[in-house]
Every structure is written in C-alpha cells, then in structure tokens.
Design a binder for this molecule. Structure first.
Ligand code: IPD
Ligand code: CA
Ligand code: CA
Length: 276
C-alpha cells in the first residue's frame, strides 16, 4: 500500500506546484454548462495526474472529473479531482486543493488531499490513521451541536439549492455557524482535523469525496447519508461528523423534512433584531 500512498503524495505535490504557479496568472475560464466553470488549472492538473498514475499503475482504472480517465478490469480505481474549488481558483480566492482517492472494489483504501496555498498535506490509508503533514489527526471532542462549527456546499449547476438552503438556515440557528468555503474535499479534511464538527452536501461526485471520506473515518469520525444510512461512494449525499454531534444533526435533517424550524425566536424577526 505504501507505494500507492507515495505515488499519490508525489503526484499531488507536482500538481500543487502547477496550480500554485497558474493561480498567480490571469485565468482562462470556459463553461462546461451554465454556471459550471472550468479553467486551464483543472485541465493541466488532470493531465499531469493521470499521466503519472498511468505510468505507475498501468492496469488501474482512473475516474477523473475532466474526463481524462479510463476504465479497466482491475479491482483498483483512482478517483481524481485535479482542482477541487474551481470557482474559488478562478476568482483568486485561495481555497482549493487536489484530491486523490484510491478505491479497491468501491472501498477507499488511500486518500491524499493537498492544499497548496497552506502547504497542508492530508493523507490516510485504510486502517492506518489520518495525518496532516505527518501528524496524526483526530476529529474534535465537541459533543454539543450548539458549540459546533459546520460546513456545507452547493453545486454550481443543480436544482437542490432550495432544499439545502433550508438545512443551512436550520443549522445556522443551532450551531456556531455554517461555512460554505467552496471545496468539499477540504471541508471533509476539516472534519478530520477537528476544525469542523460536521459537513454535509447533497450532490457530490465520487472524486469530490473519496479521499476526504477516508480521512474522516480514519480520524475517528462518522460518515452516513442524511438519514443515517450507509455512505455510498457512488451515491450523491454525504454527511460527515466527529460522531459526537451526528445524532443531533440527523434530527435536524429530519425536522427539516417535516418543515419544523428549530431555534426560532420571535424576538429575532427582522425589525426586532438587537443592535449593540
Ligand atoms: C465543487 C466544490 C464545492 C462543492 C461542489 C463541487 P469543483 O467541486 O467541491 O465545494 O460545493 O458541489 O462541485 O467543481 O470545484 O471541483
Ligand atoms: Ca470537486
Ligand atoms: Ca474539480
């Protein structure tokens, strides 16, 4: 397994160097469909990564976001997000990463996420723990949702926004807040490192979440769907937490389905907002 991890780390570092250089220059942006952008960073990072993975593991399959992968009969398949946080990258907002996950028969066994801006390298092997720049990671010990910092994301092209804005509203009322930083892989790493207590998203692709999901479980966290059912790499939904706030968050998802608004305080309706 070491070889898989070593190659993934080396490849992510090379792609990170490339993205850091491109980030400083004006970006050529094109549209995959309305609102869904792609930059030369996505394409060039993906070419570099797929070339390296093919060279080292010619029989492995590769599923890569910009279409540079190939199928194979091997049990092993790499899930490649060459630039997670494309919109941030395109706007010069320095929150983006490279995410590489290796699955064996749909079970992720190696995960590497590199944040080139902060030089933060997240690594995990199934059963071997999760690490940030070589230091062991553990999810946070906060066990009250009211004391938790959460995160979510909204895909650029999809019609689930209203549903998720409902969740966003509810969790904003009952926690320290909900961040929407624009990189699902980094959001998952932040659950693994204890910066966030929980993260959910409704429409993610396997390349967004393969590596980050392994990081969370190897750091002692829990991953399910939004009803508490098993997490599926090829499914859309993901809900990751430190485990301690999981049940409380599941109750909020379920209340949202019944239209109940937790934390509503009549004194806080517009017009009654307190001013310091
Ligand atoms: C996006 C980011 C974002 C998430 C979107 C993803 P991309 O990936 O992870 O945080 O909310 O759903 O599509 O397009 O930047 O690779
Ligand atoms: Ca992505
Ligand atoms: Ca991407």
């Amino acid at each position: 397994m070491n070889d898989f991890l070593d190659v993934a780390v080396q490849t992510a570092r090379e792609a990170g160097k490339l993205l850091s250089e491109l980030f400083e220059r004006p970006h050529q942006i094109s549209y995959k469909r309305p609102l869904d952008i792609v930059t030369e960073g996505d394409r060039r990072s993906e070419s570099l990564i797929t070339e390296r993975l093919r060279r080292h593991f010619p029989d492995h399959g590769i599923i890569a976001e910009e279409g540079g992968g190939h199928s194979s009969n091997s049990d092993y398949c790499w899930y490649v997000d060459p630039l997670d946080g494309t919109t941030n990258f395109a706007h010069g907002f320095p929150v983006f990463c490279i995410s590489l996950g290796l699955a064996r028969r749909d079970e992720v066994v190696v995960g590497v996420v590199l944040d080139p801006t902060r030089q933060e390298l997240y690594t995990a092997e199934r059963g071997g723990g999760a690490f940030l720049n070589g230091k062991r990671l553990h999810v946070s010990k906060i066990d009250k949702l009211a004391e938790g910092l959460l995160a979510t994301g909204f895909p650029p092209f999809d019609n689930h926004h209203e549903l998720n804005i409902g969740y966003y509203l509810r969790f904003t009322r009952v926690s320290h807040g909900v961040r929407r930083a624009g990189s699902a892989a980094l959001d998952l790493c932040s659950v693994a490192s204890g910066r966030f207590e929980g993260f959910w998203e409704l429409k993610l692709n396997p390349w967004d979440k393969a590596a980050g999901a392994l990081l969370v479980t190897e750091a002692g966290g829990r991953i399910t769907d939004l009803k508490g059912g098993p997490f599926k790499l090829r499914g859309n939904e993901i809900f990751a937490s430190n485990g301690l706030v999981h049940e409380a968050m599941l109750r909020v998802f379920s209340q949202a389905a019944s239209g109940d608004l937790p934390g509503r305080d009549a004194s806080l309706v517009p017009g009654n907002l307190p001013v310091d």
